[in-house]
Ligand binder design. Structure first.
Ligand SMILES: NC(=O)c1ccc[n+]([C@@H]2O[C@H](COP(=O)([O-])OP(=O)(O)OC[C@H]3O[C@@H](n4cnc5c(N)ncnc54)[C@H](O)[C@@H]3O)[C@@H](O)[C@H]2O)c1
Length: 342
């Protein structure tokens, strides 16, 4: 374990990179020594760090780790370059745009014993962190279903991947992370309504390894912005809003009803509703603190590249199902390429 100041670099100074630059520049125990972007720093987002045009110039400055926030299609190439130079990396989500690319990244960092993580930032959202702790503590009892909705307008900057790889990977990762389960199967429909080569709307239904049902509705075609996760189980239903970082619990009624018409109904009925008061720290700062601690050699709950690979595999299964029209089965978190009859 080391507490020396870590030398960090940033690759990609776009809409996400600017936030990484801001957080890295203020992060205790870390110095932002350089930023790479072939487009330079037109907007003054580099926080005073030198702006370079290529990754090898950053490596030549001598860095302990780099944050990779260039377009998804470049994650593999840039990540492999960092691993080759024995540099640790926090790579933005999704880990890569293909399953093969994600596997090569896992192999490159693991074989050299380098610390590497994926920026699945929803894991650092206060609402989902609280939800996960409550599920782990068994507060909901058996989990029946996870539903996510992630809707909004199209972000004009994303051109290299569709909404499944860009946005639904948040939902796939958070579902596995909050429940501690892997995906067993998935079926999906996609549409492309806006004239771009990739899909911009997806509806997916699947099952986790313990039988929990999952549903994801994700699109870039809504004039409203929504980031919704619900987990329904034996004792009620949690709802996490990751835009406001609020977590609410709708409990099943514990009181016995005297109304005959309701007594005949054998399902659940409405009980109390509680919105938890949870500390709301900036998710990106939490992500960076965890990664810094991991690079220092401390135990830190980061999203590993192997977990990032699983998410890319499930996203690939979503796309495969949308083409084949069949349910795709996954085994132990890995796609087995076997289809169930639809
Ligand atoms: N975690 C999140 O919530 C979140 C949110 C947005 C984006 N992202 C991810 O961050 C990545 C970047 O997305 P964005 O929205 O910032 O895109 P963006 O287009 O706004 O920015 C990408 C930047 O990378 C630069 N770039 C291009 N080629 C480069 C290279 N070879 N080396 C260095 N920089 C290069 C571009 O000039 C641009 O400034 C994507 O992988 C995306 O999925 C994550």
């Amino acid at each position: 374990m080391s507490t020396a100041v870590l030398r960090a670099g940033l690759i990609g100074l776009g809409s996400m990179g600017r936030n990484h630059a801001r957080v890295l520049a203020g992060l205790e125990g870390v110095e932002l020594v350089g930023v790479v972007d072939p487009m330079g720093d037109k907007n003054g987002w580099a926080q005073g760090a030198p702006v370079l045009s290529a990754v090898d110039e950053l490596i030549a400055l001598g860095i302990d780790y780099a944050v990779v926030a260039c377009p998804t299609a470049l994650h593999e190439e840039v990540g492999l370059q960092l691993a080759d130079a024995d540099v640790c990396a926090l790579i933005e989500k999704p880990l890569a745009d293909t399953v093969e690319g994600a596997r090569r990244l896992v192999e490159a960092f693991e074989s050299r014993g380098l610390v590497a993580g994926v920026g699945h930032i929803e894991r650092c959202n206060p609402a989902l962190r609280s939800l996960r702790s409550r599920l782990e503590a068994g507060e909901l009892g058996d989990v029946f279903q996870v539903v996510t909705r992630r809707q909004g307008p199209f972000p004009h900057r994303i051109a290299d991947v569709g909404v499944v790889k860009d946005l639904a990977t948040h939902d796939i990762d958070l579902t596995g992370w909050v429940t501690g389960r892997t995906y067993a199967s998935i079926a999906a429909h996609t549409v492309s309504k806006s004239g771009r080569p990739h899909e911009d709307m997806v509806s997916a239904v699947g099952q986790l390894s313990d039988g929990t049902m999952v549903n994801h509705l994700v699109n870039w075609l809504s004039p409203l912005k929504e980031r919704f996760t619900s987990v329904t189980g034996e004792r009620g239903c949690y709802i996490a809003d990751t835009l406001t970082a609020d977590l609410t619990f709708h409990s099943n009624a514990a009181v016995t009803t005297e109304w005959e018409a309701l007594r005949a109904f054998r399902g659940v009925s409405e009980g109390d509703m509680i919105r938890y008061a949870i500390p709301k720290r900036e998710p990106l700062l939490v992500e960076h603190e965890l990664f810094r601690d991991a690079v220092r050699g401390e135990a830190a709950d980061i999203c590993t590249l192997r977990q990032g690979l699983r998410t890319v595999e499930v996203a690939a299964a979503v796309l495969e199902s949308s083409v084949s029209g069949s349910t795709v089965r996954l085994s132990d978190g890995r796609q087995v390429g076997q289809e169930l009859a639809s």
